[in-house]
Design a protein around this ligand. Sequence first.
Ligand SMILES: Nc1ncnc2c1ncn2[C@@H]1O[C@H](COP(=O)(O)OP(=O)(O)OP(=O)(O)O)[C@@H](O)[C@H]1O
Ligand SMILES: [Mg+2]
Length: 257
Amino acid sequence: MATITIDIISKLFRSRAYPEGLLSLDNIRFGVADREFVCLVGPSGCGKSTVLNLIGGLDRNYTGRIEIDSRPLSHDGSHPVRVGYVFQEPRLLPWLTVRKNIYFALESIGVPHSEWRQRTETWLEKVGLAGFGDSHPHELSGGMQQRSAIARAFAVDPEILLMDEPFSGLDELTARSMRQQILELWDTTRKTVLFVTHNSFEASYLADRILVMSPRPGRLRQEMKVELPRPRNYESSQLFEFSVQVTRLLTHGGNGM
Ligand SMILES: Nc1ncnc2c1ncn2[C@@H]1O[C@H](COP(=O)(O)OP(=O)(O)OP(=O)(O)O)[C@@H](O)[C@H]1O
Ligand SMILES: [Mg+2]
């Protein structure tokens, strides 16, 4: 069981340029049900990564309340359940090989040493990186680094997956195969997923529900249930038409929530 309840009243960023604070998020309230796949879409700068950072416990400076499984996030940002985070950029440790980057994550959550190798090789293979475990991040392309980060997130077997535009730097062919992988995994293991993208088509292909954000200060503009049957097909005209509606909301706004 892994639900997320978000009630962010406001999130301000104070900086030299904005000593009074820049309002980044304004009244963001939504829930993600157990095993639900929710996509958060919105224009650049609207606060999507900020929302994920708050849920991930990486930033605790906000007004409001975030609960996982009906328990508020603790002061140290630790979670009652395992949370996997794929950031907008790979964030691998540059001095460790890809394999050791994954081992590091497994060690930090207490996975027995005897399981590290198999879990790591399984996921490297699934993301198309079998044979690259001994490479250092700088020896890989940007897309390969991002796939390593995805393998790391999955290897920890999280109950909640937070993904921040994980495929936006990949070529479309690889992105399609990764989307399929994610859906297969979600189908078999039923994680709770919150996935950020600014790609309406990707959101329509993946999600049970899409939340559309307004430009900064980020507010929830609209919620759309994606009732297209699964498995979804890239060539389907229904999928295309749905994604056009999402794009329309993104660009022209909606009735508000
Ligand atoms: N560390 C920070 N300090 C000051 N302002 C910040 C900081 N991080 C984000 N912001 C501001 O908060 C707003 C939201 O940023 P955020 O990174 O969440 O946007 P985003 O929706 O993820 O955009 P993108 O699609 O480009 O990744 C932006 O206006 C940005 O300028
Ligand atoms: Mg972002």
